[in-house]
Structure formats: structure tokens, C-alpha cells
Ligand binder design. Sequence first.
Ligand SMILES: [Fe+2]
Ligand SMILES: [Fe+2]
Length: 266
Amino acid sequence: MVAERTTSQILFDNGTHRCIRFSSLVHGEGVQANQFLIIDQNRAAVIDPGGDLTYMPLTMELNKYTRLENLDYVMASHQDPDIITSMPRWLVYTSAKVVASKLWARFLPHLSSNFMSDRMKGNWLDRLIELPDAGQVIPLGQSTIIAVPGHFLHSVGNFQFYDPVAKILFSGDMGASMVEDAALPIDNFTHHIANMKGFHQRYMCSNRVVRLWVNMVRQMDIEMLVPQHGAAFIGKEQVEQFLDWIENLACGIDLMDESNFSYPVK
Ligand SMILES: [Fe+2]
Ligand SMILES: [Fe+2]
């Protein structure tokens, strides 16, 4: 992985296919988040672009790698504010289609306003690719991006995006960590657990669904697992370490009992 400049890291580049991560575009109170750009043969897709905080800096960064006219898709792993709140701007200022779970697609127009309906290019429904629960293969340039099920990890309708050329799984909130500098590699997985544990225990739905996901992911050829917050898992060994850890983690409803549902007295 080459640190080209402070805000972006090239995760993969074979001359015609590139994957780029932007890791420090969120300023202020917002939680650190990574945004991603995949380019194949000059056609581009953005994954989890974020909200208004990131729209301007992200488009400035994108312009260093491609032109906004080349943007075919804005892909959203789920519906959270740090994922897709900027959707109206992408619809108005680019011709990209929005790719999202069918469970969330019809909620997304609530993000918009007259701003969007008056100015966007084309009909809203023509600009929407609603992913079925089973996922979908999405063409990009001469390549594809695979929307892989990640339901309940953490959102009820959740997808991760797999790039079969780069062998990178863009895993959304799965694998997320709170670290000082998300661009730095993880040198010690055991120490890194402290940066992930509390988040996964609360946000991921249950160990049962984690195991279903891990079983699917183990059948995939993954060189890098790159979450939407924090550091990336680089190389098969580190990906395996993460899978081994998460498949044994009790989380979400596994940890809930009566004490979490006591009527508040003050
Ligand atoms: Fe989220
Ligand atoms: Fe997130």
C-alpha cells in the first residue's frame, strides 16, 4: 500500500484498475470514516461517500484521480449518516446511480428536499439500483463489483462490496476500529482488538449472524478487508485473524438481558 498523500492511499493499482481510500476527510465532531474510489478503464464508483461533511473534500480528491463525469455509481453499504447523507448532492451534480439495499432505497428520498427534486438529472427511480437481499454483480468498466450480503452487520439491509480484481472486501462497519491514524497498517492484531471490541459488541446484531457471514467470507479470495472506519486488514493472514476473532465474539442481542430493559427511574 502506497501512502501517496496524507488523505488518500492507493490500495491497488494494476494500470487499468485502481482502488483508493480516503481516510482523513472528516473534520470536526464527526467520527473518522473512510471513503473509497474504484476505477476500472476510466469508469468509476464511490463506496460509502459519507455526508455533507465529506462531500466537498471528497469531490476535490476524486478529481485528482478521475472526472466526475466518469462516475457510474455511488454505492451505500447501509443507510447511516456517515454513509450516504450526501446522496442528494451526488444525484444533482453527477450522473451516477445510487446503489443501496432495497430495504433502504425508498427511505433515501427522505434525505432529499426540493433542492434535489428540482435540480437532479433524470428521474429519481431511474437513478436507483435497489439491491435484493441475495446481492448482485454490478458491472464497472471491464470489471465488476459484487454486492455481498452483510445483513444485520450492523444494519438490517446491509451490503459489503467485493472487488474481484483487487481482491478487496470493502466491509462497511464490519472490522471498524477507532485508531489515531486510519492510514497506518495494523502491526499487532492482539493490541488492535481493543480498538474494535466495544463497537462490534454493541453494533453487530448477534454471533449467529456473524458466523453465517464468516462462513461466506472464508470461501472468498480476499487479500484485504477494508472497513469504513479505522485501519485495514492487509494480507490473508490478517484477514484470517480478524475472522477468527469476530466469529467467537458474543455481540448485540447475545449480550442483552433484563438489566438493559429496566424502566429508568432518574
Ligand atoms: Fe453504520
Ligand atoms: Fe459507519
